[in-house]
Design a protein around this ligand. Structure first.
Ligand code: WT7
Length: 653
């Protein structure tokens, strides 16, 4: 979608909320930016500290900002222990539904018992403060339990999405030097067990740091347990003892809490490192502003805990509020295409935090499936992961929200820790516009810059930047402070570069227009094109590869690979299948190219750089624009013809 086609003036006023023109958050922002010390010292009182901080922000060494630097706390204590001392002790913390429909619930007290047992078991395995614990689990209760137990004893968790390949797992585990891995025998997908331990086993020989592997029994399928290394999770817990108590470690606010790998513009994923205090304060307040949690809520964030959305909004934010959160292991269209609506009705979900890709998929399934279910428990709908196109927004609003519920479209990133630009609810709700994430949350100092670092006027597209530090911001890239500085603050000193395009409309509303760099958003998953390219050129037949995003009606975009073969190799369907398999092995099924196009040569500049812009134009059918710097005009004709040929083949299947 281009900025010219955005419905800048279309406004919606869902009946449920109180409206304001954004005055309240503007006032909050002014307070926060004028005096961040005072503002954040006040906000941080929502958190329990073991040792109070004397100062909210140390900004003496930008961009290495330190939040609540001399404060001490434990995030697991804030998520669990503080609730069991009060009326929420027997309130449900989690309701979990498995792929096969089985339901498990945990009260805060039960969660406390489980987390203590695992904390003890991890200690028994030798995990100490500062050690990294790698987690390769499907969405089962043991996943949040592992995060909380690790944090309780001062460990640093690094979750690797369970759909990643063995190679991708090993890359991440090796980069952070984890010594314990927590995984499962498998998971259920569309009614069938799929293996997970197999991938961990394949990765094991190339993960020299891993000493112990805890294995959750989920599916009961046969697995190989390596003597001396692999231990069943349930046995480790039984050995820990039934009612153990493990004192939460008193951690410095600036100690790392987790590392989460995400894709950027190089072949090597970045280990985004978040600290404890600032991250928790941000998680707490952003949830409060956007979703206004109450004790009556059953809150469902559909994201896998393998991504940042799950870390912040399935674990730390809802638990620190003492909410009841719903977790779902599986597939949105199994056994029926109304699985989501059925679960919302069964469990009485009040907040649904979903994704544009899911909404577009449900649009395709048709609204009759939705209308079969009573969704009257819902009070808020959320969206995250990619821009939501106005058409999907309106369907979500009308069919799911019955023109009654606000759509909270939250723009943020792995690096930001929590929401940045989003409508609020509760304190106020700005009138909504389909497709706009509306306005920055309090204290978020965003702007849109042109190439030269000048703020652009409204209506002009530019790159989104953040001009002041915020508590949820990443601390650094794990063990690579220089790369952190370069990547995010290298363009304009003191200015955080988001990598997204955006435009502001006459009301000051922000419209996010996708990535400005070589990163794709495939069904909301962040995938670096360079990672795919590196995988492709590792094949002996491939001399050059360029991967582009192509618009997709459901997934937003999908990767398409242009490949030049070495002499002596000829294009074939077998080779195409081999290359696709190679990408799945190197990264995982989420990165599967939609098409592999064999071309004779790449369009290049005279200095030898692949002209990605031209490849993109071929995909979108857009005009090629200026081709005067192209080295060989013939290359582009070749690519157009080859692509058209491939399209025909795909179309005729
Ligand atoms: C990128 C960050 C945010 C948590 C999940 C993804 C895109 C995310 C939106 C939104 C438009 C969005 C951006 C961003 N994005 N949410 N509401 N509207 N774009 O985290 O994997 O770090 O990806 O996702 O392009 O830069 P992530």
């Amino acid at each position: 979608m281009t900025e010219a086609s955005l419905p800048f003036n279309e406004r919606y006023y869902p009946s449920i909320a109180k409206f304001s023109n954004g005055e309240i958050r503007k006032q909050e922002s002014e307070k926060a930016l004028k005096n961040p010390q005072e503002y954040w010292a006040e906000k941080a009182k929502a958190i329990d500290w073991y040792k109070p901080f004397s100062k909210a922000l140390d900004d003496s060494n930008p961009p290495f900002y330190k939040w609540f630097p001399d404060g001490e706390l434990n995030i697991c204590y804030n998520a669990i222990d503080r609730h069991i001392k009060g009326p929420r002790k027997n309130k449900l913390a989690y309701i979990w539904e498995g792929e096969m429909g089985e339901v498990k619930t945990y009260t805060y007290y039960q969660l406390y018992r489980e987390v203590n047992k695992l904390a003890k078991a991890l200690k028994n395995l030798g995990v100490q403060k500062g050690d990294r614990v790698a987690v390769f689990l499907p969405v089962i209760p043991e996943l949040p339990i592992t995060l909380l137990a690790t944090a309780r004893i001062g460990g640093i968790h690094t979750v690797v999405f369970s759909g990643f390949s063995a190679e991708a797992l090993a890359d991440r585990v090796n980069d952070c030097g984890a010594k314990v891995l927590v995984t499962a025998d498998g998971s259920f997908r569309r009614g069938k067990p799929v293996a997970i331990k197999d991938n961990a086993d394949r990765a094991a020989p190339i993960m020299p740091n891993i000493e112990k592997v805890l294995v959750v029994k989920r599916t009961g399928q046969p697995v190989q347990m390596k003597e001396g290394r692999d231990i069943w999770y349930h046995e480790a817990l039984a050995n820990a003892g039934a009612n153990v108590y493990v004192e939460p470690e008193s951690m410095k606010s600036t100690d790392p809490l987790f590392i989460l790998y995400t894709s950027g513009t190089t072949g090597k994923p970045k280990g985004v490192q978040h600290g404890i205090g600032g991250y928790l304060v941000w998680a707490y307040w952003t949830l409060k502003w956007a979703f206004n949690p109450t004790d009556e809520d059953i809150y469902w964030c559909v994201a896998d805990i393998g991504w940042i959305t799950g870390h912040t909004y399935n674990v730390y934010a809802p638990l620190s509020h003492g909410m009841t959160a719903f977790l779902f292991e599986g597939t949105p269209d199994y056994p029926g295409q109304d699985r989501w609506w059925q679960m919302i009705e069964t469990h009485g979900v009040t907040i649904l935090y979903g994704t544009p890709t899911a909404v577009r998929m449900f649009m395709k399934f048709g609204e009759a499936l939705v209308l079969k279910h009573d969704l009257s428990s819902l009070r808020i709908l959320g969206s995250v992961g990619e821009p939501i196109n106005p058409e999907a927004w309106k369907w979500y609003y009308r069919v799911i929200g019955k023109e009654r519920l606000p759509i909270i479209d939250t723009w943020w990133q792995t690096e930001t820790g929590g929401f940045m630009i989003s409508p609020a609810s509760g304190i106020e709700l700005t009138p909504l516009k389909p497709g706009s994430a509306t306005l920055p949350l309090p204290s978020v100092n965003v702007d849109i810059f042109d190439e030269k670092g000048q703020s652009v006027p409204q209506g002009t597209k530019g790159v989104l930047v953040i001009k002041s530090p915020w508590p949820g911001m990443l601390q650094q890239i794990w063990k690579d402070p220089e790369r952190f500085k370069q990547t995010y603050f290298g363009r304009w000193p003191g200015i955080y570069f988001s990598g997204d395009y955006a435009v502001r409309d006459p009301d000051g509303y922000f419209w996010l227009l996708g990535r400005s760099d070589e990163v794709l958003k495939v069904a909301g998953h962040r995938i670096g094109t360079v990672e795919l390219e590196s995988a492709l050129v590792s094949h002996p037949a491939v001399s050059e590869a360029a991967v582009m995003g192509k618009e997709d009606a459901v997934k937003g975009e999908v990767p398409v690979a242009f490949v030049v073969l070495r002499s002596g190799f000829t294009p074939s369907d077998e080779l195409r299948a081999e290359l696709i398999k190679l990408v799945r092995t190197a990264i995982g099924p989420i990165a599967t190219p939609d098409a592999v196009v064999f071309v004779n040569k790449m369009p290049k500049t005279r200095s030898g750089k692949i002209m990605r812009r031209l490849l993109k134009a071929v995909l979108t059918g857009a005009p090629l624009g200026d081709t005067s710097t192209i080295e060989d005009e013939g290359s582009i004709e070749d690519i157009k013809a080859t692509y058209a040929e491939l399209q025909k083949q795909i179309g005729s299947k």
